[in-house]
Design a protein around this ligand. Structure first.
Ligand code: GPW
Length: 831
């Protein structure tokens, strides 16, 4: 390719290449240039925002050099790529991450200092890229970091929402949602106005004969919307590899049609068309673990999937390879069922556009896709009404019917006497109205299906996907336990701890092979080391205490035990169990004598998390937490012994402050409901202990760090069903300790009792589906053990160090390597 450029031109290009900055002076020059030219400002009106913008632009220039090289190299070597399709990428801030990954933070710090800025203030100017709800979206972000750091040729594909997850305000104890307009100034994205795809909706299917007399389907008419690509560079840690995250934005198709309308005076309807088109990528659906079946959501899914596949196929066709080689060049991972339409769309492209036979096409499709399931909760499993499909995507529905027909025929052949099986596994649910079961479609359309922690992968194979294991055999199903990137979740969030670890493990190489942490174990008995360790934790707690003071005007004692539960608010995650436990503690303190109170270990109970705007019960939980806080925090009997804090607007950048400051974090879902959880890993990696149920990744964390280093309690997953059954048939009395809590709530101690009636009666009168009462006693007992153990600080710190030393397994690097080997069959590309 290079040879096609004549020598003199090539020379002109090469000698003028932008080399990025190599030292402080060169970086300073870049910043000043961006302030003065790109931003049209000067030293006289350069505020923190402008300084942030210029710093970000300087790093962006640097990233894009490596990005170009990485992309060129991937193209020249014609290597297989992995495409990660996710409706959510919860990236958080990019600047600190970019500086650390390219090892430019020290340069930036001293340069900004010389220019009159503090780097922490500059970092703090950036809006979070909050294009996700919770764990699923943050996992995608950790995966991008690992794929780049491990030099895998990988692209992420998603939607460029104009509004990410809403901002949460707490007003009078209630959650209020505020739109998150984050794009105001986003230096990290490159609009590619030349990379567009026209996407079709609605219309009808016409069958015709081709030249050979073969019947072909043509999908015609309907609405067309244009997808525009926006690229974000994804730098790897300590490697030039820089991958791409391509997000699609929707706009009205610029066709004759609009133009004519505009000219013929139909100004209003032309504007309306525009708005309708832009609506598709306007907003992220704010539901976590819940499917609401909205037409616009299905439109988002098809818009994003069709644009991404067009892009992927276009790239493949440039290589001029035969179609059967497609799966040697392309692996596509479906992040939950949200992108499952990609299976149907690729089949449609191959048979309707490229003229392949069904079987040949289907073999390519199934060899290309892998599907990751992230939940067993029935309310989260996507189903779409057949009628909606028929209307929006008529050709896709036909193809789904055919996929289902061939699938059911093969099942019938293998299980001729099992009529029931056919209706159980049918992709079409024969309900009223009929529904398309997206998880089943994803399984049938993929060569591998994985869960995200061992228990979860076992559960899907023995419950919701049991029949499919029978049909396809156990080999199609596998487990890949989730992981987290140690770059953001230790090095960036907890720089002092990272430095201490580096000083004992032989430098920062542990960030590339997290199992190196095991070297820490030899320092567990080293008093000086323990002291340094404890000082860092204390400093992190002081920082959080200051944050709490500045945002809520509540003073908390940094020497108290910080007990943290931050995650989306959901009944299955059981923040209600936590707050009931807090109330129980409060009632006990109230009953104590002054002497007894002196023996108590002081605690700060910290909550954070968003409720889906339509999830009324979750909002009640937030309200209760805040009301309990306003009673407890000003009760003079309690003083420092207990404070209850609800941190507003929990997000990635706040997690980076909260997680390093935790002594104890809560991961207390009803056993069998939390597929994995990933914040559990983040908390332990930052030297905090866990109180948790035998659920999700808690089980594997226990196996790795040792059961003496974790506070486990509660019902086991295999016993959950029986307990629920018993509740439904009346054998159910509320735990006596919990009853006292309910009495306090109903007496109006925490505000109008009516406000919390539903929270109480969910447990007392409506079957206690999440087993709050069943687990209450063992929760309280275990919290008591925590209090006792926290009093012995030397032992507590030793447990923390030992745990961190044993957390190597939970790096998302390990996780990505497993996907690469077991599912994607892809190799790193040497740099
Ligand atoms: F319902 N998860 C999430 F499976 O954050 F799609 N949002 C979601 O909508 C879903 C799952 C979905 C989470 C799981 O709840 C959590 O247990 C898991 O650690 C995380 O996905 C990443 O696998």
């Amino acid at each position: 390719v290079e040879a096609s450029i004549p020598e003199p031109q090539r020379e002109a290009w090469t000698k003028n290449q932008f080399d990025g900055f190599k030292n402080k002076d060169e970086f300073e020059k870049e910043v000043v240039r961006h302030v003065e030219t790109t931003l049209a400002r000067s030293m006289f009106n350069c505020d923190d925002v402008a300084a942030y913008s210029a710093t970000a632009l300087a790093f962006r220039d640097r990233l894009i050099k490596d990005w170009n090289k990485t992309q060129q190299r991937q193209t020249f070597t014609d290597s297989k790529r992995i495409y990660y399709l996710s409706l959510e990428f919860l990236m958080g801030r990019a600047l600190d991450n970019a500086m650390l990954n390219v090892k430019g933070k020290d340069i930036a710090k001293s340069a900004l200092d010389e220019l009159g800025f503090r780097i922490e203030d500059i970092i703090g100017q950036e809006n979070d890229a909050a294009l996700g709800n919770g764990g699923l979206g943050r996992l995608a972000a950790c995966f991008l970091d690992s794929m780049a750091s491990l030099n895998y040729p990988a692209w992420g594909y998603g939607l460029r929402y104009r509004y990410g997850i809403f901002k949460q305000e707490i007003i009078d104890g209630y959650q209020v949602e505020v739109p998150d307009y984050w794009l105001d100034f986003n230096p990290w994205e490159f609009p590619r106005h030349d990379v567009t795809v026209d996407i079709q909706f609605y219309g009808h299917v016409r069958k015709s004969q081709d030249a050979n007399g073969k019947t072909v389907a043509n999908w015609e008419g309907g609405e067309t919307v244009t997808a525009v690509a926006y690229d974000m560079p994804i730098p790897g840690y300590d490697t030039p590899s820089t991958n791409n995250l391509r997000l699609w934005s929707s706009k009205a198709a610029s066709g004759e049609f609009d133009f004519q309308k505009f000219n013929s005076g139909e100004y209003e309807s032309s504007v309306a068309d525009q708005q309708r088109a832009e609506t598709i990528s306007a907003v992220l659906y704010p539901n976590d673990n819940l499917d609401r079946g909205k037409e616009l959501r299905l439109k988002q899914q098809y818009f994003w999937v069709a644009a991404s596949l067009y892009d992927i196929v276009r790239r493949f066709k440039k290589s001029k390879r035969a179609w059967r080689e497609f799966p040697d060049q392309v692996a596509i991972q479906l992040n939950d069922t949200h992108p499952t339409l990609a299976v149907v769309e690729l089949q449609r492209i191959l048979i309707d556009k490229e003229g392949l036979e069904w079987d040949e096409a289907w073999a390519i499709v199934t060899a290309t896709f892998g599907y990751t399931n992230h939940t067993v909760l029935p309310e989260a499993l996507e189903k779409w009404p057949v009628g909606l499909f028929q209307h929006l995507l008529p050709r896709h529905l036909q193809i789904i019917y055919d996929i289902n027909l061939f699938f059911l025929q093969s099942v019938e052949k293998r299980f001729p006497d099992d009529r029931d099986m056919l209706s159980r596994v049918s992709i079409i649910e024969e309900s009223q109205p009929k529904m398309v079961r997206m998880a089943y479609l994803a399984i049938v359309g993929s060569h591998k299906v994985n869960g995200v922690a061992e228990l979860h992968s076992d559960l899907i194979q023995t419950t919701i996907f049991k029949d499919f294991v029978k049909i396809y055999g156990a080999d199609k199903f596998t487990n890949v336990t989730n992981g987290i990137t140690p770059r953001r979740w230790l090095h960036q969030a907890n720089p002092r701890l990272s430095e201490l670890i580096a000083s004992k493990t032989g430098g920062y190489d542990y960030l590339k092979d997290l199992t190196t942490l095991n070297k820490l174990e030899q320092y567990v008995d080293d008093k000086a080391f323990r002291k340094e360790w404890a000082e860092i934790k204390y400093a992190n707690k002081v920082r959080l205490a200051k944050y709490i003071k500045s945002t809520l005007d509540i003073t908390v004692n940094p020497a108290a035990l910080f007990d943290v539960q931050v995650k989306r608010i959901h009944e299955y995650k059981r923040q209600q169990l936590n707050i009931f436990g807090v109330i129980y503690r409060y009632l006990q303190i109230k009953e104590m004598s002054a002497e007894e109170r002196k023996k108590q270990a002081p605690r700060v109970s910290i909550f954070g998390g968003k409720a889906a705007p339509g999830y009324w019960m979750a909002k009640q939980i937030i309200h209760l937490i805040n009301n309990v806080g306003s009673v407890v925090n000003k009760d003079p009997d309690v003083g420092d012994l207990l404070k209850v804090i609800f941190l507003e607007d929990y997000n990635v950048s706040k997690a980076e402050i909260i997680i390093p400051a935790s002594d104890l974090s809560e991961h207390i879902s009803t056993a069998g409901t939390e597929a994995s959880g990933t914040s559990n890993m983040k908390f332990v990696l930052n030297g905090g202990l866990i109180i948790g149920t035998c659920d999700g990744a808690n089980i594997e964390i226990t196996r790795e760090i040792g059961q003496e280093n974790i506070f486990l309690f509660g019902t086991l997953s295999e016993d959950v069903e029986d307990l629920r059954h018993n509740h439904t048939y009346g054998k159910h009395a509320v735990d006596s300790g919990l009853q006292k809590v309910f009495d306090a709530i109903t007496s109006g101690k925490f505000g109008d009792a009516n406000d919390f009636g539903a929270l109480v009666s969910a447990v007392r009168d409506h079957g206690d589906y999440y087993l709050v009462s069943d687990d209450f006693q063992s929760y309280i007992d275990t919290q008591k053990m925590v209090d006792e153990e926290y009093k012995n600080q030397e032992e507590w710190v030793s447990k923390c160090i030992r745990s961190v030393a044993r957390m190597g397994f939970f790096s998302s690097d390990r996780c990505i390597n497993e996907y690469a080997e077991e599912i994607w069959n892809i190799e790193p590309l040497a740099v």
